[in-house]
Design a protein around this ligand. Structure first.
Ligand SMILES: NC(=O)c1ccc[n+]([C@@H]2O[C@H](COP(=O)([O-])OP(=O)(O)OC[C@H]3O[C@@H](n4cnc5c(N)ncnc54)[C@H](O)[C@@H]3O)[C@@H](O)[C@H]2O)c1
Ligand SMILES: N[C@H](CO)Cc1c[nH]c[nH+]1
Ligand SMILES: [Zn+2]
Length: 425
């Protein structure tokens, strides 16, 4: 990884540039796919699946036989691990449920909010370079807790037209029945517009590569809601003299192995750690099956030596990483200064992969600087908070003059009249 020492704040944004392609260029490539799917439906999906995934599909929906086969193919130990992760994710997300609280804003004027699950949701599970069955838990569990009535799932098939069994096993475990073997921008278009076989949904969730992310952003401009732009994975680590080079290298590689367009960054206050981490990365890379992917991602990545952890945190807040690891002496104190990050991992024994799989937090997180404005997926992402109010006649007497005075001042007489007619009765 490239080593840089003590850059000036003015240089930070250039230094921290993400390696993504030009978003406008990707959107231009994706737009015709969306238009074709909107126009020609299943026929266009078949065409793009053949073109990009090199597979000809007779049917898009996973059959009951394929589901049953998947249950047999997943080893018992993996089934148990998935079940444990599901329990933790359920616990963390169930606790996010807002109890309805009624507020009497004036005597007999009662207001409250109710969380109602989004009726129809579409979950995208990446499958291009790795079958991310853990993402099924991250999206399926909160969708079920929220009470979404129709949950569909799209994920690319392999060259034999099969979906990875662990994805099917996990989908079954969380109670998802409608699974379609399509990926990429064509899957996002199918869920946004609906086709003869794939239902249209109100909101699309899930991470994906640049085509998937661009497609989500484009369909969000034409009436389908999305969770957030959750693109190529990133991690930024702040490490001081107490950090362990082996741990830091392993955490950097854990996100580098996601894709060639991933980016990993180490900010350290301890110059000797920089060389030790580079040496560790070289050693650990040799053990990775996805070595070439990680190596490519490391070309986009940097180690930056800074004078103190406050400066490192300021730089991290400018970057707004998807994942932020604080491998420092007092992570709780430094954690207080986080302003922009998707998810934060405190201390030397909290690897980022804990959040990816099993601790309970959600791994679907904003990338590419969107952590400045977006949260990661949570129970809230799957509900609308609908407000209710109930006012009695006495309540309307109490608040009526306030309403009618404001309505008259806005020259909206009919608004005021809605109060007058009731109080005249
Ligand atoms: N931010 C998050 O929360 C988060 C979580 C998990 C994974 N990720 C990221 O998700 C991504 C997963 O990417 P992936 O590629 O493995 O799977 P993917 O399922 O997102 O993409 C694969 C699909 O891309 C389409 N495609 C491939 N080449 C194309 C081209 N030239 N033009 C148009 N479409 C094309 C294909 O149809 C294929 O089905 C990784 O970048 C990973 O870092 C992010
Ligand atoms: N790190 C990814 C989010 O950027 C999520 C993931 C899934 N599996 C492993 N990791
Ligand atoms: Zn990961």
């Amino acid at each position: 990884m490239e080593l840089i020492t003590n850059p000036q704040p003015l240089q930070w944004p250039t230094l921290l540039k993400r390696p993504i392609f030009d978003n406008a260029e990707i959107q231009q490539r994706v737009m015709p796919i969306l238009q074709e799917v909107a126009k020609r439906g299943d026929e266009a999906i078949r065409h793009y699946t053949q073109l990009f995934d090199k597979v000809t599909l007779n049917a898009f929906q996973v059959s009951e036989e394929e589901m049953a086969e998947a249950q047999r193919l997943v080893p018992e130990t993996l089934q148990q691990a998935i079940a444990q992760a599901k329990r933790n994710i359920e616990l963390f997300h169930t606790a996010q449920y807002d109890a309805e609280k009624q507020i009497e804003t004036m005597p007999d004027v009662i207001c409250w909010r109710k969380s109602v699950g989004i009726e129809k949701v579409g979950l995208y599970i990446p499958g291009g370079t790795a079958p991310l069955f853990s993402t099924v838990l991250m999206l399926g569990v909160p969708a079920q807790i929220a009470g979404c009535q129709e949950i569909i799932l799209c994920t690319p098939a392999d060259q034999y037209g099969k979906v990875n069994p662990a994805i099917l096993f996990t989908a079954h475990l969380v109670g998802i029945q409608k699974i379609y073997k399509i990926g990429g921008a064509q899957a996002i278009a199918a869920m946004a517009y609906g086709t003869a076989t794939i239902p249209k949904v109100h909101k699309i969730f899930g991470p994906g590569n640049q085509y998937v992310t661009a497609a989500k952003q484009l369909v969000s401009q034409t009436g389908t809601a999305i969770d957030m732009p959750a693109g190529p994975s990133e991690v930024l680590i702040i490490a001081d003299h107490t950090a362990n080079a082996k741990f830091v290298a392993a955490d950097l590689l854990s996100q580098a192995e996601h894709g060639t367009d991933s980016q990993v960054i180490l900010l350290t206050t301890h110059a000797p750690l920089a060389n030790a981490v580079n040496a560790e990365i070289a050693r650990q890379l040799e053990t990775l099956p996805r070595k070439s992917i990680a190596e490519k991602a490391l070309e986009n990545s940097k180690i930056i030596v800074l004078p103190d952890t406050e400066t490192a945190m300021a730089m991290s807040n400018v970057y707004a990483p998807e994942h932020l690891i604080l491998a420092v002496e007092d992570p709780d104190a430094l954690g207080e200064k986080v302003i922009n990050a998707g998810s934060v991992f405190l201390g030397h024994y909290t690897p980022e992969s804990a959040g990816d799989y099993a601790s309970g937090t959600n791994h679907t997180l904003p990338t590419n600087g969107y952590a400045k404005a977006y949260s990661g997926v949570s129970l809230d992402s799957f509900v609308r908070k609908i407000t209710f109010q109930h006012i009695s006649k006495q309540g309307l007497k109490n608040i009526g003059l306030t309403i009618s005075t404001m309505a008259e001042a806005e020259q909206l007489r009919a608004h005021a009249a809605a109060v007058y007619v009731r109080l005249e009765e």
